[in-house]
Every structure is written in C-alpha cells, then in structure tokens.
Design a protein around this ligand. Structure first.
Ligand code: PMP
Length: 384
C-alpha cells in the first residue's frame, strides 16, 4: 500500500518514538513517572526557544489558545497594542487583542510583504504596551525579521508577543538574545507532535507586567494565576493540579523535545533550512511563483505558491492521488489562487523529492526538472 506523506503546514509527520508515547497507557498526572516527564519537558523547552530565563507554560489546547494565553494575561482593557500584519494569523491576533479590550493599531503592507521598519518604529514611538508579530504567517509563507523588530520594541520599552506557531523549532529564533518577551507555539508544527498542546514561553518582563495587572484576567482557563504555580511545581519535581494535563501528549512532546536536544537546535534549524531551500529550488525550476515578494522574507518552514496559469485547486487532488497531502490557500484575498507545502518534521530530502515528483505528475510535467533542481541544491548545500 502507498505510504501516505503529510506535507501540510501542520499537523506534520510524527516520528515513531514520539507516536509510541501516545500509545502508552495514560499515567496519573501526580505520579513520580509523569512528574519527571513533565518536569524534564519544561526544562528542555528552554533550549528549544533558546530562552534560558523563560518560564514555559504547556496547556491542553491548540495554537490559538497559546495566543490567548499570551494576550489574556498581558492586556488590560484600554491598553494600546500594535500588530504587524503579515497574513491571516496576524489578523487573528488583532481580533484576540480587541476581544480582551486592547486598542489596536494594525500595520500592513500588500499581501506577501511586511511593513517597513521605519513604519514600525513610527508606531512604537507612541509607546503602546504591546507589539505583536507573527514569526511565520502560515497563510502567506512570509517570515518577519523578529530580531530587528524586537530590538526596536525594546528601544521604546514595548512588550513583544511573537506568534511562533509555524516557526519554533524549525526557524532560527533566539528568544533571550533577541529580547522577545513572550513567544507561543503549538505542538503540531515544527515540534512534530500531534496537535493538542498550547505552548508559551514568558520572560521576566512579561511576568512582571502580568503581576502588576490591576484587573483580573478575563478568561478563567487561560489565567496564568493558575498555571504558573503548576508549571513551577513540575519544574521542582512536585505534584500539582489546576486542570488535568493531557498526559499522553505531554509524554510525546517530551520525547520530541529530547530529540531536538539530541540533534541540537542549531542543527535542526539548519536541516530545516536546507530542506526548504531544496524544495524552493524545485518549485522555482517548475516556474511556480511564491507568495512572499522577496527571497529574504520567504519562510523556512513552509512554501506558499501561486498556481500556474490555467491550474486551480483540482491540482491538490491529483497530488493526493500520489499519496502526498499538501494544503490549499487560506488567506482570504489569495486563497483560490494559492497552495502551500509544509516541510517541518520530516527527516530528509526523500520527502521533498517525493512531494516535488507528485507536483510534477499533478502538473503533467514530464522532465523531472523540479526534482533535479532540488537534488542539486541539496547536494551543493555546503558550497552555498
Ligand atoms: N498562528 C499561526 C502562525 C498558525 O500557523 C496557526 C495554525 N495554522 C495558528 C496561529 C493557530 O493555531 P491552531 O490552528 O493550532 O489553533
């Protein structure tokens, strides 16, 4: 039987050791075995975010809950916030901020581009409380220059929230060095765990802002008042409870994070970068135009492309017939014109070549030109 290959921007292919954790009988959340698993997982997550001074929070839920865990605890009604809009998920961030009472200024450019740094600085001079930015917007494949943006935010003492859902563990990100206050992600993207976990990494300034709140957090389940003592207890290898942790998913995350540590976060970023470059070389050779308007704002973790002339979303079905699942467009203004391939959580060039071969078959291109370009790029990597 044809082994299916999942190449969407999350959920992604999951390693067999990680999957095996999901198949074990659930542990008691207060058992010594689970306390060690959760404690180790929280400790090791600091290496994934490169946040030695970060406080991890891991909660049952998806990436959207992780966004809300950041927003609900930092925003008080009437606070001003700036959102750098690079796609659909930045818009979600704007909605969330407004829902929690923030007055939001949105900075946007044409689809596939990001606002200029000068424009961002002009908004920061007005001293909002929060700047929110999506590291990789999964609807456009645009990557934001987080280091530069966070440095600007620091200059004006603005708290930064980075939506790293489609980035953390696949795209270079150094939370402490880059001085990002809060970064959030979900389990189902570059961490390559099944969906179901919301992850937050909060650094001291964010915790301080939370502690000096004047009004209670509007969302009960998201309130850090409950979660911080629980996380700190597991880190101290003590039992704790606020709401039952998803023990099997936490065990799977711990295995994935252990693997990240074993490989080394830098090596993992490099591997993802090399795979992405190879895939992008392949689609470029096939004449496909990407959504990001410049090479340097193309994400590592996924590729968002326009269909060639005369092709529509029926291409996805033809690719799926070859056993490869890729994703259609989701950004409202370009959805019917675009498709997306995620390349997170895969081991090597094999998956990239198979995906390109399926795209060539779907497009009825007989030459293997995309596969060849990807393979050449992969082999020339050390010489780039
Ligand atoms: N932010 C980004 C950048 C995302 O890609 C996604 C999911 N595609 C989300 C937030 C929301 O995550 P979830 O679907 O897990 O709620």
């Amino acid at each position: 039987m044809l082994k299916p290959l999942l190449m969407i921007p999350g959920p992604v292919e999951v390693d067999s050791e990680v999957l095996a954790m999901m198949a074990r009988a659930p542990l008691s959340h207060t058992s010594p075995a689970f306390i060690e698993i959760f404690g180790e997982c929280l400790d090791n997550l600091r290496d994934v975010f490169v946040a030695p001074d970060g406080q991890p929070i891991v909660v049952a839920g998806s990436g959207t809950l992780a966004m809300e865990l950041a927003v609900a605890n930092l925003v008080e009604p009437g606070d001003r916030a700036v959102v750098i809009e690079t796609g659909l998920f930045s818009r979600r961030m704007t909605d969330l901020l407004r829902r929690h009472g923030a007055l939001v200024e949105v900075l946007a450019n044409q689809v596939g581009d990001i606002p200029q740094l000068e424009e961002i600085e002009a908004a920061l001079i007005k001293k909002p409380k929060i700047l929110a930015v999506t590291h990789v917007d999964t609807s456009t494949g645009v990557v934001a220059p987080i280091h530069q943006i966070a440095t600007l935010a620091r200059k004006y003492q603005v708290l930064t929230i980075v939506d790293g859902v489609c980035a953390v563990a696949g795209q270079e990100f150094r939370q402490t060095d880059w001085d990002v206050d809060v970064c959030i992600t979900g389990s189902q993207k570059a961490l390559a765990v099944p969906p179901g976990l919301a992850l937050v990494m909060a650094r001291p300034r964010a915790l301080e802002a939370f502690r000096s709140r004047k009004v209670p957090v509007a969302s009960y389940y998201s309130d850090w008042t409950f979660w911080l003592p629980v996380m700190q207890a597991y880190q101290a290898r003590k039992p704790s409870y606020f709401a039952t942790p998803p023990v099997s998913l936490v065990a799977a995350l711990n295995e994935s994070v252990r693997q990240v540590k074993l490989e080394g976060i830098e090596a993992r970023w490099n591997r993802h970068c090399r795979l992405s470059k190879a895939f992008k070389a392949g689609v470029t050779a096939l004449g496909l135009r990407q959504v990001p308007v410049r090479d340097e704002i193309q994400a590592v973790t996924l590729t968002a492309m326009y269909y060639p002339e005369g092709v529509d979303s029926s291409l996805l079905g033809k690719i799926s017939a070859e056993g490869v699942t890729i994703a259609g467009g989701v950004h409202p203004s370009i959805a019917p014109l675009t498709f997306r391939v995620g390349h997170m959580g895969i081991d090597g060039i094999g998956e990239v070549l198979r995906t390109l071969a399926a795209i060539e078959i779907g497009l009825e291109i007989k030459s293997g030109i995309g596969v060849a370009a990807a393979q050449t790029c992969w082999m020339n990597w050390s010489r780039i």
